[in-house]
Ligand binder design. Sequence first.
Ligand code: BGC
Length: 728
Amino acid sequence: MAVLLAAPGAWAAGRCGKHPWCNRSLGPAARAALLEKALTSEEKIDLLAGDDLFGVGGGAHMHTGTSDGVPRVGLPTTYYSDGPVGPRQGQATALPIPLGLAATFSPQLAFRHGDVAANEAKSKGNDVIFAPTVNIMRTPLNGRTFEGYGEDPYLDSRLAVGWIKGAQSEHVIADVKHYAGNKQEGADPSGESGHPGSPLGAEPFGSRYIVNDHIDERTFREIYLPHFEAAVKDAHVGTIMCAYNLVNGFYSCENHHLLQTILEHEWGFKGYVLADYGAAHNAAASLNNGLDFEPWPGFAYAPPQVHIALATMQATQAQVNAHVGRVLRTLFAYGFFDRRAFRDDDAQIPKKAHARTADRIEESAITLLTNRRRALPLKARRLHTVALIGAGADGFTTGGGSADVKPFSFVSPRQAIAKRLGKRVKIRYADGSDHEAAVAAAKGADVAIVIPADYLTEGADRSCLTLECPNAHGDQDGLIEEVAAANRKTIVVLETGGPVLTPWRNKVRALLEAWYPGEQGGTAIARVLFGGADPGGRLPATFPKNEGDIPTAGDPAKYPGLGKDVYYKEGVLVGYRWYDAKRIAPAFPFGSGLSYTHFAYRNFRVRRRGVGARVSFTVVNTGRRRGSDVPQLYLGLPQPGPNVIQPPRQLKGFRRLTLGPHKKKRVTLTIDRRALSYWNTGANGWRVAPGCYRVMLGHSSRNIARQIIMPFAGGSCRQTVAVLVGGR
Ligand code: BGC
């Protein structure tokens, strides 16, 4: 009926044609229902699984996934590509890694990162991008640490939302992954795996393919789900990828609690659930519990498997219809039918503009961890000889697996520094493989810049936290020690995919963390070293002093697991929450990072608003240079019961801003009901505990400048006090 009532123009340009479901004045659900009914049972069964086994190879013009359309009804083929650093299909703009993006603490830059990645995925003919990766870093040993946004669920959520909005602004559908758990790839204590080029997934202990994550409901809700929830509710992500591992006894892709109770019913997710590659196991369990699509052919949703499930009445055709309906609804909702097919042609990519974005993000991601005697920024005109040493100095550093991107072009630190210094300054370069040569280069140079690199990859966890795991570039810690002994003015620029141990940190003048810096990394690193830009990053993950300090250390039940079982015994004490609660001093805390100038926070006010509050303060650049700051708002929640342990501090707000010398800015942040809430397992819901709360404003999680203690939810404090804790 509605078809007849359609307004003229309702069948506007696109590739849908004149079918009833092409009527754009109908909603996506109605259109999907019409198309679903026009398909035969066999066609629908075919649509449950993908059609390309080899696209995962990542070659030019190869899509990571393909779902063939149905020409009979004009349903076009859907194309999928990895991933969170850019498309994995031939060459692409290699952006800084997501952990570096997280260090910017900037949802705006996350939007631009997502926009670039999706624009390129689209220019390579893809409709869906398998990204972002939002899994929380439970252990820094995880091989995929570089792909995610670090250890804090609030930071993770804000960045995920920015990224997804950026990606979907390109009319590409984002795919938030991996739901849920998925905190480890697998351990190989021999340290043999995880090298560049070694096979994925050969680890003997705690492999992602088989582990069963035991996570209590409160920890799950407070630490491991908020970013998925934000992706659904705030960013309206189109698809979600269920993970390899089991959660509390059930595979993620057939987990009723995850897929039905939480995702669909509580969060109201209307998009579709697709399986990680090889993560779907059983057709009937998947059909019953909420898996809509399996992008790789041949596993649970291979037509013979589905037929068996239907014939044995373990599943129904109505379920098949519903899953296909969700896929179609999403495609309609995100404009797939009402536009032309995206063309696979790199010539469409604005490579220069994308390179500038990569550069801008990296500049804001580089994190200054120590700066003794104001060694940085370097003054080029005072230099005559510079020693440049290490695996990252002249190579392209990035991680492996589905987030590996082959860059269109690449500027190394060596090239960028040489360009900056010109011919007047002599650069002595040593790749660091020969320590004697490196020491000789460093001796007598005005400054020695060491740029070590590590290698993290999907499919294998690192076997230790030093720069030697995996040992892709020799003894880099020893190299730094020897160079620092040979040259008092040694500066280290790390290119790592996550936290590493820094046993030499007190022996070097300055330490920068540049992450895997993307294709413009050299340019951004050189600009920061020589003061053309402020190092804008803040740590999205704690850098521990010792490997034994990390939350999962010392108990195989926690990591890598006992047999198949991994127990999240640390509960909500993940990342800095652990170090704070256990009073362990980290090498560099979450949220820390220096600027070349100084910032002070003044006139800190907290005003109640409804259940929550509005926090305001003035940020003042008290130095003589322009610089970037990230004031951070932490809350200390009261303990509502003996078994509900509350971490001393939890990040609940932040703002990145750049200020000229002596400039100031008033910042307002909101504390809403959710920020004050904890998950009450008995009540199966979020609750605000009546009691006394600490509202803290910090330069980092360990450098709190202002604190106000006040009651919420009808609780009481002996007094409402403002305490100056430290800082300027
Ligand atoms: C990864 C996913 C990725 C997929 C396709 C899997 O091994 O876990 O993140 O999207 O491969 O490459």
